[in-house]
Design a protein. Structure first.
Length: 400
């Protein structure tokens, strides 16, 4: 009888232990982990929503290989159409109805800005968000967040220093999206140029609701600027390049990383119009023959043939999604069987010298309690008309 009582008590303890464990690890079962994502699959930024398509395909490949640590990944992604209110609606659904363990790779500065307070209040980690907004790099303010874009501030400083070296006596034009994305680049130039900013820079904003930026480009040309930075999303970057070509304006054009895709930006702008365009990047270009014998690129092309047949491989948004998928897999493996939210954010801030196979040589992922950015480095490259030519060493915010 005593033995029976002990057995029952042990079962009771196990039940309570399992219940507590489950409460500490929402979205986790012995066979599955639920993860949430929000992307602009439609709307004015739908071209960068393809990051989500690439990530979803990579998650399928994870599951086809048996998952991670015995668990399949149930990645639930919703379309916010680049609308902050929709992003909030989807975040609530993912947390309260789908009960995801954490968010991963939510894309877009407006949506991430709108959902950040809610996710923080619910204790839900937002890992590898696809926003370079400088505010998200504040670890104290966003303790449950890590980012997967070089911050717009870092990127802007790299471009500002490049232009002051290359065209020291010129005026610079900046076409920027009128939100955190565009304003961070503007502020980065102010930080580098300081008292010279007002004299050397002419800046004009656009709204994502506008049909074109043609009038802004015409106005910027009239300023006499010899360089043009476009700090926005691919649709408007393509319009700016194309319009500059139409009106015979030939500034040195620099694009921000979110608009650096050949397929999403340069092709719609016209590949000939795009000759000489400069961008900072972290990843290889899948159409560039210099990577034909690279194992990482071979694997990506094989992945595309199996999981994304028929896509435009020149659209590097798919490659970015694939790279995000590799980061997710690395994170889950590093977490082991402790998939509590506390360990998920802890391991996300403990990535050391991670050299993913599609990143450019010298670019590595390093995070810590004080650095929540997966990427802090870039290399500059120039479009030749048929390929990208990398012409800089690895650069960061402190590079001169």
């Amino acid at each position: 009888m005593l033995g029976l009582f002990r057995s029952a008590f042990a079962v009771l303890l196990l039940a309570f232990g399992s219940s507590a464990s489950a409460a500490d690890m929402p979205g986790i079962t012995p066979t599955e982990i639920r993860i949430g994502g929000i992307f602009p699959f439609s709307g004015p930024a739908s071209s960068i929503g393809l990051v989500g398509r690439g990530l979803l395909a990579y998650v399928q490949s994870i599951n086809d290989r048996g998952g991670v640590n015995g668990r399949k990944v149930n990645y639930i992604a919703y379309d916010d159409a680049y609308s902050p209110p929709k992003a909030v609606e989807h975040a609530r659904r993912l947390v309260e109805s789908d009960e995801v363990a954490f968010m991963f790779s939510q894309l877009g500065t407006p949506g991430n800005s709108a959902t950040a307070k809610y996710l923080k209040s619910r204790g839900v980690p937002a890992i590898g968000i696809v926003s370079g907004s400088n505010k998200f790099t504040n670890v104290a303010e966003f303790p449950l967040t890590t980012t997967s874009l070089v911050s717009f501030d870092t990127e802007g400083k790299i471009y500002a220093r490049f232009l002051t070296k290359t065209l020291p006596n010129a005026k610079y034009a900046i076409l920027y999206q009128n939100d955190d994305l565009g304003k961070d680049y503007l502020n980065a130039f102010k930080g580098v140029l300081k008292d010279e900013f007002d004299k050397k820079v002419v800046a004009i904003a656009y709204e994502v609701s506008e049909p074109t930026v043609d009038s802004q480009v015409v106005s910027l040309k009239s300023s006499g600027a010899e360089a043009l930075l476009v700090a926005g999303t691919p649709k408007f970057a393509a319009q700016a390049i194309r319009k500059a070509g139409e009106i015979g304006w030939k500034p040195m054009i620099v694009l921000n990383y979110p608009s650096s895709s050949v397929g999403a930006t340069l092709k719609p702008a016209g590949l000939d119009n795009s000759i000489g365009v400069i961008v900072g990047t972290v990843a290889m270009d899948p159409t560039d023959s210099q990577w034909d014998n690279n194992d990482g690129m071979k694997n990506f092309r094989a992945f595309v043939a199996r999981y994304l047949p028929g896509i435009d491989i020149a659209d590097t948004n798919y490659l970015f999604g694939y790279t995000q998928g590799m980061l997710l897999e690395r994170l889950l493996k590093q977490c082991g069987n402790d998939l509590s939210r506390e360990n998920i954010i802890g391991q996300a801030k403990n990535l050391k010298n991670v050299a993913l196979p599609t990143l450019l040589p010298g670019i590595t992922v390093n995070t810590s309690d004080k650095i929540n950015m997966n990427f802090t480095q870039m290399r500059l490259q120039r479009w030749t008309g048929t390929r990208w030519d990398q012409f800089s060493e690895v650069l960061d915010a402190s590079s001169e």
